[in-house]
Design a protein around this ligand. Structure first.
Ligand code: ADP
Ligand code: MG
Ligand code: ZN
Length: 477
């Protein structure tokens, strides 16, 4: 039987606000347990939440960037369940009236663009964290994260494979990071994904029964979990059994998904509008102001890098993968020109160094104008391309200007004909046999002589000058 895979993703993105969603507590990560809490985020009786306006602004930014309709009026609702990390006994989310609906993100796989629908985007609060003691039968609870603002972004079941799911996620993450509303860190959990997946016979319109996968903390693991689950569901159907709607956990060390619990239905949560919070009514003028201040988004920047700079799409992908990297590229091109050459230097030399120490381009010790100066020195024939790479290493580790390094280390190209001629005389005197052979017609020996000169100049002789002088002197009897 030929099956089609159907995937829909629910993403939770932690907002980069300084304070929490309902109180003034700090959202800073890594503080000692329960130092960033107050009666509001501890869910004490009688407290009242006050909506953090910045979170609404961030949500509107994302809604605009993903082409959603923003509801003039949206409503916070209580999602009731008990868990020790949830002191209120309910999560505040949005249910019937979310902030934004009906958007999309374009995803490119194998050179083909597919449009993935965004069902909804809404705001909600995060829970605290349980810490389980490894030695004693005790669990601790840390409320520092309780009340941290999240956006939930729900996709339509439009995704047709694990690879497409990973690309959708990367695109969404890039948009969030470009908008400066989420740090997008999957390993640390500030960008989390639940993946819903089902299969159906190709050509059938009705969706199959889905399972929901949790606990994947990297793009790769999302793809691996989905691949595993598709294979598992196929085997279940092949055995004549039915897929059970349930939540399954990805077990990384076993590379398998495991049944966790039966899937809860939304009525299990007894949603109702939160009586402590009035509906959110957003002023259209505010939306316009936010829209006019939106940065250029990754997809548009990528397109512009291809159109305006003539870069291959692959290069444009890499160079726009981070806004700071794209800015670095553009600053260097403004100074030096030659986008393709600049791109090559950034993608090979610069990224190698940055990746080696996991350093952000924003903290790069080599400034764009210093890189431009180095490239100009190659063009001007002052240093060879090969020497330039060692100069670059020095620049990266010392932060010094290329001119200074070349001068101090004596790395400039030797094109002084007087000096080179003298060296050639020396080499010829040292190798009379080879001179004889060359003159007898073994012209391949020219390479040997060039090599000797390079040795004497530590690779800094100007090859053109050396070649011309050598031919001249070897040719003359
Ligand atoms: P819940 O919040 O209970 O998980 P939602 O209706 O919000 O339910 O849907 C969650 C996700 O599941 C959405 O991204 C949706 O696209 C996806 N989804 C729904 N039905 C299917 C299906 N049959 N196969 C795959 N994904 C599905
Ligand atoms: Mg779900
Ligand atoms: Zn608080």
């Amino acid at each position: 039987m030929n099956y089609e895979t159907v995937i829909g993703l629910e993403v939770h993105a932690q907002m980069l606000t300084e304070s929490k969603l309902w109180c003034a507590c700090s959202t800073a990560f890594g503080a000692p347990p329960n130092t960033h809490t107050c009666p509001v985020c501890q869910g004490m009786p009688g407290v009242l939440p006050v909506l953090n306006k910045k979170v609404v602004e961030f949500a509107i930014r994302l809604a605009l960037a993903t082409h959603c309709r923003i509801a003039p009026r949206s409503v916070f609702a209580r999602k009731n369940y008990f868990y020790p990390d949830l002191p209120k006994g309910y999560q505040v989310s949005m249910f019937e009236s979310p902030l934004a609906e009906g958007g999309w993100i374009d995803v490119e796989t194998d050179g083909r663009t597919r449009r993935i629908g965004i069902t909804r985007i809404h705001m909600e609060d995060d829970a605290g964290k349980l810490i389980h003691d490894e030695l004693k039968p005790v669990s601790y609870v840390d409320y520092n994260r309780a009340g941290t603002p999240l956006l939930e972004i729900v996709s339509e079941p439009d995704i047709r494979g694990p690879e497409e799911a990973a690309i959708y996620l990367k695109n969404l993450r890039d948009i969030l990071v470009y908008l400066e509303i989420c740090d997008g860190n999957m390993e640390e959990g500030s960008f989390r994904c639940d993946a819903n997946v089902s299969i159906r016979p190709r050509g059938q319109e009705a969706y199959g029964t889905r399972t929901e996968l949790k606990n994947m903390n990297s793009f790769r693991n999302v793809a691996r979990a989905l691949e595993y689950e598709v294979r598992r569901q196929m085997a279940v159907l092949k055995d004549g059994e039915a897929v059970i709607q349930e939540t399954r956990l990805w077990n990384d060390s076993r590379s398998a998904t495991e049944a966790m619990r039966g899937k809860e239905e939304s009525h299990d949560y007894r949603y109702f509008p939160d009586p402590d919070l009035i509906p959110v009514a957003v002023d259209p003028e505010w939306i316009e102001r936010i829209e006019s201040a939106l940065p250029e988004l990754p997809a548009r920047k990528r397109g512009r890098f291809v159109d305006d700079y003539g870069l291959p799409p692959g290069d444009a992908d890499v160079l726009t993968s981070k806004k700071a990297l794209a800015d670095y590229f553009e600053a260097t091109v403004r100074d030096y020109g030659q986008p393709k050459a600049v791109g090559n230097w950034i993608m090979s030399e610069l990224l190698r160094e940055l990746n080696a120490e996991d350093r952000d381009v924003a903290d790069c010790p080599v400034r764009p104008e210093q890189l431009a100066a180095l490239l100009r020195m190659i063009d001007g024939g002052e240093i060879s391309g090969k020497i330039a790479k060692t100069v670059f290493q020095d620049m990266y580790h010392s932060g010094r200007d290329p001119e200074e390094i070349v001068r101090e280390k004596g790395l400039a190209v030797v094109s002084d004909t007087g000096r080179l001629a003298a060296l050639i005389d020396e080499v010829m005197a040292e190798n009379p046999g080879q001179v004889e052979d060359y003159r007898a017609g073994k012209e391949k020996l020219l390479g040997f002589f060039v090599g000797q000169i390079m040795k004497k100049t530590k690779g800094q002789a100007d090859p053109k000058t050396v070649n011309a002088l050598l031919k001249d002197k070897l040719g003359a009897r």
